[in-house]
Structures are given as C-alpha cells and as structure tokens.
Design a protein around this ligand. Structure first.
Ligand code: NAP
Length: 225
C-alpha cells in the first residue's frame, strides 16, 4: 500500500536516509528540513521547511500537508542535536544555554510536531518520536548529560501523548541504534540504512509492535525504561 509520510529532520543522517528509502519504496514523503537548502527531483519526495523550534513553521507545514493530501499515514520526528559541549563538559560545567537548546530540539520539538500534525494523521495512523537508549533510566552513565536528559524527557512526552490521545493512532518512541552519522560516528555500531530499514518495516506494518509497548528499538523490540 502506498502511504503518505512526514519525516521531520530530513537534512542529514537517519532522517535523510529514511526519507529517500521510503520514497524509493513508492511512498509519498514530505521531508522537513531545518534549513530548506534543497529541492527534490522526485514527484513523491517533497522538501518543506520544518524547524522544530519554530512553532509557526511546523504549523504552516501541517496546514500545507492537510490542504495537499487531506490525511497522512505517519509522522516521524527524527530531528535531534547533540552539541559538542555535551561531549566534553559535565552537568556541572556545560552552559545552561546549550542544555536548553538540546531540550528544546530533542524534547519540546516532539510536542510541537505532535500537536500540529495530530489532526492530519488518519485514524490507525502512527506517530514516531526518535528518542534514544540515552533516555532510559537504565542508562546510568554521565556521557552526553544534557542529551540524555532531553531524551528521557522525550520518552516521557511520548508516553504522556500516547495516553492523552488514546487508541486513535499508534504513538511510539524509537531508539534507532548507534548509527554512523554526524551525531553517532564516535560510538557507531550500524549504518543509518540498517536503522532506516527497520523504521520502514515498522511504518509499513511488516513489524508489529505489541500493544502495550511504546519505547522500542528499530527492530520493534522493547527498550528498558
Ligand atoms: N546516531 C546515533 O547513534 C543515535 C543514537 C540514538 C538516537 N539517535 C537519534 O536519532 C535521530 C537522528 O540522529 P542522526 O544520527 O541521524 O543525527 P544527525 O546526523 O546529527 O542528524 C540530525 C538531524 O536533525 C536535524 N535537526 C537538528 N535540529 C533541528 C531542528 N531544530 N529542526 C529540524 N531538524 C533539526 C538536523 O538538521 P540539519 O542537518 O539542518 O542540522 C539533521 O537532519 C536524532 O533524534 C538522534 O538523537 C541517534
């Protein structure tokens, strides 16, 4: 079945790979860019400006999608930042400005994308927030402290949104694996293509996530909270 899917954070890394992969599989992809610096040569891959820190831009994108397509099948918010200061500083030394920026993009961004696109997602459709194993309380390390805090917040946001909207759509937080991207290069175990294939299978319904699960990895397997 050909689907209509919004990917937010499609500029680089997983978001870029996933957008192109879904388009190659015949779906219509509306790919959101923080910096609208490109156009597509495919009819079924459309780039739109979508900076998750700009509510009005996400609102306009959702309105555009509604007018053009009516309803869509899925929204995936892949947008994320891990600032260089978070790799070197601790919670004692990192600037509040940098901590705030990571929470703004990685956590609050999910609220904005979810709120604006929820009315456009069809019944039984899907919303995915890409979070991280770093957001699990089972992960006690002090590495990437603000990033971890932002992803724990993102997980809680997804859990709360899921309960808020009930069963009309599926709402999930997904850990994409440790990927070889600009963000993950230093800890990478997989290429972003491998994660993207898992996301495609979850979106297309080839991988079914158990009803009571909402924080899973890209294979659809439960993650520790
Ligand atoms: N890589 C890993 O090992 C790993 C592990 C666990 C979780 N994750 C999560 O997986 C997701 C993808 O990571 P990645 O490795 O592909 O990262 P990446 O290569 O650094 O790409 C991050 C993407 O997020 C976009 N973005 C950043 N701020 C944004 C904003 N304000 N509005 C819209 N888009 C924004 C970036 O856009 P620009 O290109 O314009 O900057 C870029 O397209 C992130 O949420 C990340 O936290 C990654």
């Amino acid at each position: 079945m050909q689907m209509k899917i919004v990917i937010v954070g499609a500029g680089r890394g997983l978001g870029s790979v996933l957008s192109k992969m879904l388009a190659e599989r015949g779906h219509t992809v509306i790919a959101g860019l923080r910096v609208p610096d490109r156009t597509s040569d495919r009819d079924n891959l459309i780039y739109l400006p979508m900076d998750v820190t700009k509510e009005s831009e996400i609102h306009d994108a959702a309105e555009w999608v509604k007018e053009r397509f009516g309803e869509i099948d899925a929204v995936v918010d892949v947008a994320g930042v891990l600032l260089s200061s978070d790799r070197t500083e601790t919670l004692l030394t990192e600037s509040l400005e940098d901590i705030r920026e990571q929470i703004e993009v990685n956590a609050l961004g999910i609220i904005t994308v979810f709120r604006e696109f929820l009315p456009v997602i069809k019944t039984d459709g899907m919303f995915i927030g890409v979070t991280s194993e770093g957001g699990s309380f089972a992960n006690e390390g002090s590495l990437f402290p603000a990033y971890g805090i932002s992803k724990t917040t993102a997980n809680k946001i997804v859990q709360t949104m899921r309960v808020t909207v009930g069963d009309r759509i599926g709402v999930y937080a997904i850990h994409p694996g440790r990927m070889n991207t600009d963000m993950g290069r230093t800890t990478a175990q997989i290429e972003p293509e491998e994660a993207a294939m898992g996301f495609c299978d979850i979106i297309e319904g080839n991988i079914k996530i158990k009803k009571d699960q909402w924080f899973v990895d890209y294979h659809g397997k439960p993650m520790p909270l």
